[in-house]
Design a protein around this ligand. Structure first.
Ligand SMILES: Nc1ncnc2c1ncn2[C@@H]1O[C@H](COP(=O)(O)OP(=O)(O)O)[C@@H](O)[C@H]1O
Ligand SMILES: [Mg+2]
Length: 250
């Protein structure tokens, strides 16, 4: 489904990705872990074509999307829904306008039709009668659901969640985890999750990858992870400050 082949990306002097490679299979839930600043968001943004890598390739359904023109890329982006870190909702738009944003911007559908699609999609994420509210009127967990609704309104084949449980309270965290699981099943998507919440991540993931020093230093199943003797990964999973990974290293 998605192949990241040796992509590198620098910002100025700083090399964020250094020949990172991974493969995400059709229909699986794939977890990406790594320290803050490791380049997880840069990797996700490269996968959806928002960032052009300096070198390497990204294949989606066997199509090389790395250097596509805008119109072709937009078509492929419709296959991928993204729940951005921090939601990226527009504060000055209502829930309906946020969730239906792409339809309002890029289709000729009538307001009634879009409103109905929004209503159905909100229902899928467990909410109703909030269409006319503004984001500031919602709790952290509700905002996250709205961001999820916006990501799935096209019924994408792939849904990407960038730190979906950051900034929501512990009870809402559990609900978001169930929601991700539920949508994965109901919509038969491939799901990609970046999270620091290993409890949630490991509960959901079929396979996972660990990003360190710009490289994917592990990719495999949870079983393979458990049997691994790599001290760097053991340190990360334990959340310990003692070990081969230094404070400043990402
Ligand atoms: N557009 C950009 N311009 C310059 N530096 C960036 C840009 N985007 C990300 N970076 C840098 O790349 C590094 C990785 O960022 P990011 O992918 O957001 O990390 P994380 O793993 O926490 O998601 C950080 O040091 C960040 O400052
Ligand atoms: Mg990030």
């Amino acid at each position: 489904m998605i192949k990241v082949i040796d992509i590198s990306k620098s910002f100025g002097e700083k090399k964020v990705l250094d020949k990172a490679r991974l493969t995400i299979n059709d229909g699986e839930t794939f977890l990406i872990i790594g320290r803050s600043g490791a380049g997880k968001t840069v990797l996700l943004r490269s996968i959806i074509g928002l960032i052009k890598p300096d070198s390497g390739k990204i294949l989606i359904d066997n199509e090389d999307i790395t250097y596509l023109d805008k119109s072709r890329l937009n078509k492929i982006r419709k296959k991928i829904g993204v729940v951005f870190q921090g939601n990226a909702l527009f504060d000055f738009l209502t829930v309906e306008e946020n969730v239906g944003f792409m339809f309002y911007q890029h289709s000729n559908l009538s307001r009634e039709v879009i409103r109905e699609k929004v209503r159905e999609t909100l229902e899928l994420v467990g909410m109703r009668d909030i269409e006319d509210l503004y984001p500031y009127e919602l709790s952290g967990g509700m905002k996250k659901r709205v961001a999820v609704a916006r990501a799935i309104i096209y019924h994408p084949k792939v849904v990407i969640y960038d730190e979906p449980t950051t900034g929501v309270d512990p009870i809402a965290v559990d609900k978001i985890a169930s929601l991700i699981e539920d949508l994965h099943r109901k919509l038969s998507t491939t799901s990609i999750i970046v999270t620091h919440d290993l409890h949630v991540g490991l509960k959901l993931a079929d396979r996972l990858a660990f990003l360190l020093g710009g490289k994917i230093i592990f990719e495999g199943s949870q079983e393979e992870l458990k049997n691994l003797k790599d001290e760097r990964i053991i340190q990360f999973m334990k959340g310990s400050s003692e070990g081969p990974i230094k404070e400043t290293e990402v």
